[in-house]
Design a protein around this ligand. Structure first.
Ligand code: UT7
Length: 323
């Protein structure tokens, strides 16, 4: 018997305020057509005042618990993937723990920017396989609207806020690729590219700072690295791209999503796409896509999924799992 980290529940939360592309035309030299054509984004959600990352993360976790038919007492750990925690510390995860009323176990954040959820899933998987936890709530939650420079048209039209959560549970499998649960992971980073995507604030500046991105440079790395990490993870899982039911990619740009699917040899019919409605929600984008894809009836029990993401660092990775 082989231990597997199996998805028991999934949920998400999106702020009420939806901002269409046209809204940016009022203040910036941009237009709906450019944003759609270059990124595939049509609208995004922005958090209201007081609607924090931990608030949205808690709501997503509650939805995942409800879907799983489990209670807070059933959890051993909470991992929040975020680059926009409410405060420098404590972690957003401990805030979620408090909000959920969980007084046992442990909680911590993972910070790998847009690749954060893949890194968090991999961490949760390792904890489950090593026996440190039986049930882990893995959340991706971000309020990137709070680190936007609203005068920079090359970044502020691309990002959005939201949260998604996946509840993983230890279950016995047979050690084959037919098992439900996480089948393989692949994580990478290369700090030489740290200046391509960063926030120009933090404890060293005494400010929160704003997101700065050389978008076309990140783009150049994205398709190649995403296809490579997905291929590595598929090989490790003992499956091929042909076996994949759903690619659930980080939702940054429809052209990156299409380019990666093409490199993997998969048609867009096998890709869960939410970028048009959410924009780039960084670490929240994959769990949001998993939850929306499940709610749409696309992702079903037994389906083989590959998730892949890249972001600041650069950091990138992939996870292969059977739903
Ligand atoms: O999630 C973390 C990882 N991040 C990503 O994956 C993002 C990766 N990058 C991208 O998605 C794309 O590079 C962007 C969507 C950011 C930009 O698309 P692009 O095709 O790479 O355009 P570009 O940056 O090369 O800019 C093309 C032109 C420039 O004008 P010039 O220099 O050619 O005259 C920009 O100034 O588009 C201009 N531009 C805009 N025009 C209208 C940049 N932003 C805007 C805008 N509206 N909002």
């Amino acid at each position: 018997m082989t231990l597997r980290a199996v998805v028991k529940g999934v949920g998400h939360y999106l702020p009420e305020r939806v901002v269409p592309n046209a809204e940016f035309e009022k203040t910036l030299d941009t237009n709906d057509e450019w944003i759609r054509a270059r990124s595939g984004i049509e609208r995004r959600h922005f958090a209201a005042e007081g609607e924090t990352t931990s608030y949205m993360a808690t709501a997503a976790a509650q939805a995942a618990l409800t879907q799983a038919g489990l209670a807070v007492d059933d959890l051993d750990a909470i991992i929040v993937a975020t680059s926009t925690a409410d405060l420098t510390f404590p972690s957003a995860a401990t805030m979620v723990q408090a909000e959920l009323g969980m007084t046992h176990g442990f909680a911590f954040d993972v910070q790998a920017v847009c690749a954060g959820f893949v890194f968090a899933l991999s961490n949760a998987n390792a904890m489950i396989l090593s026996g440190q936890a039986k049930r882990v709530m893995v959340i991706g939650a971000e309020t990137f609207s709070r680190i936007m420079d609203w005068t920079d048209r090359s970044t502020c039209v691309l990002f959005g806020d939201g949260a998604g959560a996946v509840l993983l549970e230890a279950q016995e499998g047979h050690g084959t690729s037919d098992d439900r649960g996480i089948l393989s992971t692949d994580l990478n980073s290369d700090g030489r590219h740290k200046d391509l995507l960063y926030v120009d604030g933090g404890v060293s500046t005494g400010t929160t700072g704003y997101l700065r991105m050389q978008g076309n440079q990140v783009f150049r790395h994205a398709v190649e690295k995403l296809a490579a990490t997905a291929t590595t993870a598929l090989e490790r899982a003992g499956v091929t791209a042909k076996d994949v039911d759903w690619v659930v990619p980080h939702q940054a740009n429809i052209r990156i999503i299409q380019g990666t699917a093409k490199k993997l040899g998969l048609p867009m019919e096998n890709v869960v796409v939410t970028v048009q409605d959410h924009g780039n929600t960084s670490a929240a984008s994959i769990p949001l896509a998993l939850s929306v894809g499940h709610a749409r009836g696309q992702i079903k029990e037994g389906d083989l999924l590959v998730t892949e993401a890249i972001g600041g660092g650069l950091a990138w990775g992939a996870v292969v799992l059977r739903w």
